[in-house]
Design a protein around this ligand. Structure first.
Ligand code: PMP
Length: 326
């Protein structure tokens, strides 16, 4: 088994101490245990497999993508194993750990200013342009390429269903491209139409207002990486998501810290936000209910940020050892 075959089939971990505190079971899919260290290994594998099957990626070709980091990390590693070159465009507001990893893995990295999507200098548009100008290349296009959500519909979702024995009352997670939430929601609803599916959105993202009020509006901002978006992507569009909730960074970061201190799970901020969202929904459900969520990536990618007191102070966030019951 190589990198390719090792993607997926991650454990579904019961967060034992948290579940005991709230009287409801929280199950978390340990996506940080994928070989590239994040949930994006699945999307990257799905995108490359689809391009290969369509004959669009010749041997020795180049994979180009604009990414907040984890998709690029997955693509760079897959490119190494399968003999492709890899060019990644990253906005400059991402953690230096992720950019350093991309360079270490041998990808050609273009760090561009973090500007809004409407600006042609946005990393997404720059990546598309590089792909157009590079012979024998594909633009992975994780936002619009449905191979992303199909990877979750055919692997993550069915795995959660089987590993839990179908005994889940709700599934809660956040969205970057929307591939994870949409693909898993499609798979779970197909198996149990009554399953509650919930998006937990960071501040500064428009999906909360889109799902609840039908309008793309946002309030506030978030320093969490890889999640939150102000437009509807093909991967998110039409996903069977029942409702949305919003989680503040302070609560997400407090939960990230709590998971480390009390569960021994060293994960990133989107994982903390997802678990905080899962707890919020679980408390609305009867005691003994089960809620599943996703641990998207590991904490090592954020040592200089979420786990750095100075960075937290600069961003008006402090490490609070907060009881998840409050
Ligand atoms: N968390 C992190 C850390 C991520 O990098 C991503 C991917 N952007 C997500 C969550 C969200 O995943 P998706 O793109 O499937 O919505």
């Amino acid at each position: 088994m190589g990198f390719w075959e090792t993607v997926g089939n991650t454990p579904l971990i019961e967060l034992g101490n948290l579940s005991a505190q709230i009287g409801r079971r929280i199950l978390a899919k340990a996506e940080f245990l994928n070989p590239g260290g994040s949930v994006k290994d699945r999307a990257a594998k799905g995108i490359v497999a689809a391009a290969e099957a369509a004959g669009r990626l010749p041997s020795g070709g180049t994979i180009v993508e604009g990414t907040a980091g984890n998709t690029g990390i997955a693509l760079a590693l897959i490119a190494n194993e399968r003999g492709y070159a890899c060019t990644i465009v990253v906005p400059d507001d991402q953690s230096s750990e992720k950019i350093d990893l991309l360079k270490t893995f041998g990808a050609e990295v273009h760090v561009v200013p973090a500007v809004p999507f409407t600006n042609p200098a946005n990393y997404y548009h720059v990546a598309r342009k590089i792909a157009v100008e590079t012979p024998n290349s594909i633009w992975a296009d994780q936002f619009e390429n449905l191979a992303n959500r199909q990877a979750h519909e055919t692997t993550t979702g069915p795995e959660i269903w089987e590993q839990s024995g179908g005994a889940i009352d709700a599934f809660v997670t956040s969205a970057g491209t929307g591939g994870t939430v949409a693909g898993v929601a499609i798979a779970l609803k197909a198996r149990d139409a009554d399953m509650l599916t919930v998006l937990c959105d960071p501040m500064g993202s428009s999906l909360y207002s889109y799902l609840n009020f039908g309008e793309l509006r946002f309030e506030g901002e978030s320093d969490l990486e890889g999640i939150g978006i102000k437009r509807i992507t093909a991967n998110f569009d039409g996903a069977p998501i029942d409702r949305a909730i919003r989680i503040e960074d302070a609560d997400a970061i407090a939960m990230t810290r709590w998971l480390l201190d009390r569960e021994g799970l060293f994960v990133g901020g989107s994982s903390g936000l997802n678990v905080a969202g899962a707890v919020r929904i679980a408390k609305e459900l009867p005691e003994g209910s089960t809620v599943a969520t996703i641990l998207c990536d590991g904490g090592g990618r954020y040592l200089s940020r979420l786990f750095n007191d100075e960075w937290l102070r600069e961003h008006n966030l402090s490490i609070r050892r907060r009881s998840p019951q409050r």
